[in-house]
Design a protein around this ligand. Structure first.
Ligand SMILES: [Zn+2]
Length: 245
C-alpha cells in the first residue's frame, strides 16, 4: 500500500528501520479486528519477512502485539486477553528489538545471497522465507556445479566483509524498472497500480524492489552459513542459510 502509508497509518518502519519506540494515537480499537494507529513502526510482514512483535504502553497498561493484519488499514493484533487502548488514546509503541534486529540481518543476508548466486551462477530467485537468523531461498538453477555450497558461502562472506552500503531509494515505477538489474527479481511481483517502487540497493551487488527492513551495511549481517543445498525438482534448488555473529 505505498511507500509511506498503509491506509491511515504512517509507516515509520519504512522511513527508519532503526526506530524501536515512538508516540502515536489510536484510531481504531477492537478485540476482533485489531488496533489501528496513526503512526506505526510495526513491520506488517511481507516479502518473506514476518511481522514484528511488540507492545503498546498507555496509562501504565501494556497491550502486547502478537501480529498484524493487512486490510484497508494496518491492524495490530493484540495478545488474547490483553486490555485494549481506547480510540483517541495517546500510546507509546515499541517494537521488540531483538526479533526485529535479527530479521533485518537475515533479510539483508538473503539479498546478499541472491546477489551472489545471480552474479556467479546466473540463477534467478523463485521464492524464499525467513525466521530469526535462519532462512531459505529457492533458485532456478539447472545444474549444481561441484563445490557450489562452499563457493556461495565464501562469496557471501566476502561481500559481508566488504561492508557494502545498503541504500533505500524510492523511484517512480518507470524509472525503477528501467534499472538493468531489477527485472530479474521484481517486475512480476509489483502490482500495476503501484506508482512508486522502493528499491533496496546493496551497492555494487544487488538491487531489488522490496518493502522490507534492512541493515545499513552488509557487515552488519554477520557471518552467512550455507547450511544445505536441496534439489526439489527439475532446476529447483533450495538453499538454507543461517546467520551467525
Ligand atoms: Zn527482500
Amino acid at each position: 500500500m505505498g511507500v509511506t502509508h498503509h491506509g491511515r497509518t504512517e509507516r515509520l518502519d519504512l522511513a527508519d528501520p532503526t526506530l524501536r519506540e515512538w508516540s502515536c494515537t489510536v484510531l481504531a480499537s477492537d478485540p476482533e479486528t485489531g488496533i489501528v494507529l496513526d503512526r506505526s513502526a510495526f513491520y506488517p510482514g511481507g516479502g518473506g519477512q514476518p511481522p514484528d512483535h511488540g507492545v503498546l504502553i498507555w496509562s501504565g497498561v501494556e497491550t502486547h502485539i502478537a501480529g498484524t493484519r493487512k486490510g484497508d488499514d494496518l491492524y495490530l493484533i493484540p495478545t488474547d486477553g490483553d486490555p485494549l487502548p481506547p480510540v483517541g488514546a495517546q500510546v507509546t509503541g515499541a517494537v521488540e528489538d531483538v526479533r526485529r534486529s535479527m530479521l533485518m540481518r537475515t533479510h539483508s543476508g538473503l539479498h546478499v545471497l541472491c546477489g551472489v548466486v545471480f552474479r556467479d551462477f546466473g540463477a534467478l530467485v523463485t521464492g524464499g522465507n525467513m525466521e530469526e537468523l535462519t532462512a531459505r531461498m529457492d533458485f532456478n538453477l539447472p545444474e549444481v556445479p561441484p563445490g557450489f555450497r562452499d563457493a556461495v558461502e565464501a562469496a557471501c562472506n566476502t561481500e559481508v566483509q566488504a561492508g557494502r552500503r545498503i541504500d533505500v531509494r524510492v523511484l517512480p515505477r518507470d524509472e525503477a524498472f528501467a534499472l538493468p538489474d531489477i527485472i530479474r527479481t521484481a517486475t512480476n511481483l509489483v502490482p500495476p497500480e503501484v506508482k512508486d517502487v522502493r528499491i533496496i540497493d546493496i551497492v555494487g551487488l544487488d538491487q531489488q524492489a522490496d518493502g522490507g527492513t534492512h541493515v545499513a551495511s552488509t557487515r552488519q549481517v554477520g557471518r552467512i552459513e550455507v547450511v544445505k543445498v536441496e534439489s526439489k525438482g527439475k532446476g529447483f534448488r533450495r538453499l538454507r542459510i543461517r546467520i551467525a555473529d
